[in-house]
Design a protein around this ligand. Sequence first.
Ligand SMILES: [Zn+2]
Length: 555
Amino acid sequence: MILEFSFNYLSSSLVYEKIIIRTVKQFLLKSEILRNGDELFLYVESDDSDELERFANKLSLELPHSIFLHETNVIVVDEMPEGSFVLAEESKPDISFCPKCLGEVMDESNEDYYNVFHECEVCGYSVEGEKKSYKENFVNLAKSISDGLVVEVNTFYGKYFVGMLGKKCNGVDFDIISYALSTVAHYTNATNSEIVAMGAIEKPLIKLKTNIKFKMDFEDITNELIRFKLSDDLVLHLLLSELNKLGINLIFITKEKLPFDVKFDLVEYKKESEPIEVVVSDNHIAIVKGEKGLPYNNLENKTLIPHIGAFFSVIKEHSLLDKTVVGVNISKEYHNDILVYSKKFGTIEYLSFAFNFSSIKDVLDSIVSTNGTGKKLVENFKNKFPQHFETISAIVFDEKDFNVYKLWGIVSIILGYSKEKDLAKSAKILEESASSFLGTKGPRIDYKLKSIENKVYLDPLMTIRTAMSFKLAQVDQLTLSFGVIESFVEFISTQLDEIKEEMKSDAVVVTGSLLENRHLFSKLSKEVSVNHKLYFNKELPVDGKNILYGGNELF
Ligand SMILES: [Zn+2]
């Protein structure tokens, strides 16, 4: 009998290939591996169906879940294909422990029990150390932390400060490491898809809303979004295992230098790398930050080519060069637009989100000079909020690229949600308000287009105007903020449908750091998937940093 295992596996890291080869060797089987784009196939043949079953069970235990894995399947086939798969000789990415090594390190009867340096050809950080049990070190370390001490700890990928959640991390920008997924599920609003992603071998950070009420004199952070992850190296895993025995299942971890009581430098890490953060919907996952464990991590010569570079990196990652592809670029920092690429006509900017204002006064004056209703709206706003109107009229911008995120910043200031003149910081307040909204539908905020010299732009004034009207109608901050973001996704979705109608596009690529917004990402993923094939980056952060090739060669 011949079995075909197929994996829709969007990673070039070879983690699956190596584990498959290692597992096959333990059985009496004839096997072949084939790679076809994003599809990885394994064929195994044996006359002994029990042996095949034992193999299938073993493989399912040995193969970790991966954020790059989208679908798996097993079928019986008649023929064994001709394969010529050779494992490429290349350095392995820095990745947390594989299931096999973890099993060995946690097994009291194994010679690698609590050996923090244990790793294999698939996993680990290539740091050498004496092979022995470090059990006592971790027992003591856990004791220090449970006593309320802060520890400066060397992980396999950098120096961090860890400790118990509470006043020691007050005012610090920290992430939370959890011992188990069940604890994350208990304390956050994580979806099933997010929980599954968090357990993957890449051990990504995911930003979640938490309901943890900290004891001691810690301020209530219930409304904040905090990044959670599971341990992503053996230092943290062995520490959390010991803490778990003391009844502690969550600790903070931060890069910010804190006064510390204990130094734990068992491990001398080779190079620092930033853990990855992902955003997860039920259909898609995108990497928003970091590089740890990504194959591109090792590339030197990093050049920053935002926007078009990010678009083309996704086109190349998904082999879409022969298609007509629409690119939605929604970076928080750079220029935003919608591009259309096809082999026939190259790349065109279909719609630009660029605009320019020097100050809030400039914005309000522009609304006044648009038409009579605009004039009336600004007058009403001024009469209703005279003090506020005067304060914001004095705000002058110091910005280069205006984009959607900065537009939200302007809205946030005008509506009185932010006192910051920095538009990105103001936009963040609006984002946070939207994520605290508990309802399902906000007011409909206008995103309308206008033409200037044959080019199509988003009209920022229409968005600001509708937001002002809802403020006058006393719609509260959370509901209105939610509406601003939700309506934008609906606008993008409608634009994409029109472009498809007009230009017969085959696929949609979305890039940019605005995808970090969990609500925006999941709504976009859901709505756009209805009518389009939707792609995000595979192994690159969404803002197209670390990209070696730009789009220029294709113009
Ligand atoms: Zn391993």
